[in-house]
Design a protein around this ligand. Structure first.
Ligand code: FAD
Length: 292
């Protein structure tokens, strides 16, 4: 089913997973996680795609597993930065054969150690959307950024570009992670003024370890609110406390987003079903009331 059809009727509750690193494990190792995620009744589960285009088969295998073995709709990420038009066409055909009809069309970022041309055939996600629409009938989604994309000078310019993605067929957007909901509310207000009418689903990444905290703090583009920073500074050496803080903060963030009519909730699970479960169990009444 097209996720856009679900979104016409209700807000969605969804998860993101990524293919396991092939050098560490087999693609099937994630199937147990997908089975476990089922109990929280996600409307869809998205599967990431490597920005180099490597291991595309693994992304597709995982999405096919979701399609065949769960009640969730798979949403296949597809980054175009490293791909040629022939590569994209090949992936699109396999997606059709596998009856995978939802695609999160993305540009991707050039990895520092990438050898070869990047952004040679497609410059932006909107180019990929335009290309896919010529011969295929996917339900297309795109990425958006509550604090604005890092390469854009202003949120205004980023939203001008977001509108292009809507015009190229994006039927909903999922946000990059953020920790201050005010940025999401501002995004929704500004996007509406710009004529963006499709849902903007907030993406929530629970910060459950000191390592994750450090990574996010070093990653430009995601503001860590003062109150969260204080908790990190106080409890960074205590693994269990850090986990509790991450779950508690996400729970509060989600409750506030839902109370303010956010367009759904998408949880970056990091392939950890327990994280999704610990959030769900704490607020299942609210999730059932707002997202079913
Ligand atoms: P674009 O939409 O092309 O935007 C990139 C920049 O170009 C922005 O600054 C934008 O304002 C500008 N821009 C956009 N369109 C135009 C235009 N037509 N003209 C001029 N400027 C324009 N990365 C992965 O490698 N794999 C994944 O699976 C993955 N999944 C993601 C899922 C989500 C929900 C999000 C939010 C991000 C994901 N990313 C993933 C990261 C993403 O690839 C990067 O954030 C990347 O830097 C931008 O991708 P984009 O699709 O938003 O690009």
């Amino acid at each position: 089913m097209r996720i856009s059809e679900i979104l016409k009727k209700k807000k969605t509750f969804s998860f993101e997973v990524f293919p396991p690193k092939p050098q560490n494990s087999k693609v099937g190792d994630i199937f147990g996680t997908l089975d476990a995620l089922q109990q929280y009744k996600p409307d869809f589960i998205s599967v990431t795609f490597k920005s180099t285009g490597d291991y595309a088969d693994d992304t597709i295998k995982i999405a096919s597993y979701i399609h065949k073995n769960t009640t969730a709709e798979p949403l296949v990420h597809l980054t175009c930065g490293a791909l040629s038009k022939t590569d994209v066409e090949r992936v699109a055909r396999v997606l059709e054969e596998e009856k995978l009809e939802n695609v999160l069309a993305l540009r991707g970022d050039r990895p520092a150690d990438y050898v070869g041309d990047y952004l040679k055939h497609f410059h932006h996600a909107s180019d990929l959307m335009e290309f896919l629409r010529q011969k295929h009938d996917f339900c297309l989604a795109g990425a958006c950024y509550a604090e604005g994309h890092i390469e854009c000078d202003s949120l205004y310019q980023d939203l001008v570009n977001l509108k292009i993605k809507q015009d190229m067929g994006a039927e909903f957007f999922i946000t990059q992670l953020f920790y201050d909901n005010n940025y999401y509310y501002r995004l929704v207000r500004a996007a509406k003024k710009m004529g963006i009418t499709v849902p903007l689903i907030p993406g929530i990444m629970p910060l459950i370890s000191a390592t994750m905290f450090s990574k996010i703090m070093n990653m430009a583009g995601a503001t860590i609110p003062f109150e969260l920073r204080v908790l990190f500074d106080r409890f960074r050496e205590d693994k269990k406390a850090m986990y509790e803080i991450g779950i508690a903060y996400s729970v509060t963030q989600i409750l506030e987003l839902l109370a303010n009519d956010a367009d759904g909730i998408h949880i970056y699970t990091m392939n950890n079903a327990r994280v999704a479960g610990d959030i769900y169990e704490r607020i299942n009444n609210v999730i059932e009331k707002e997202l079913r």
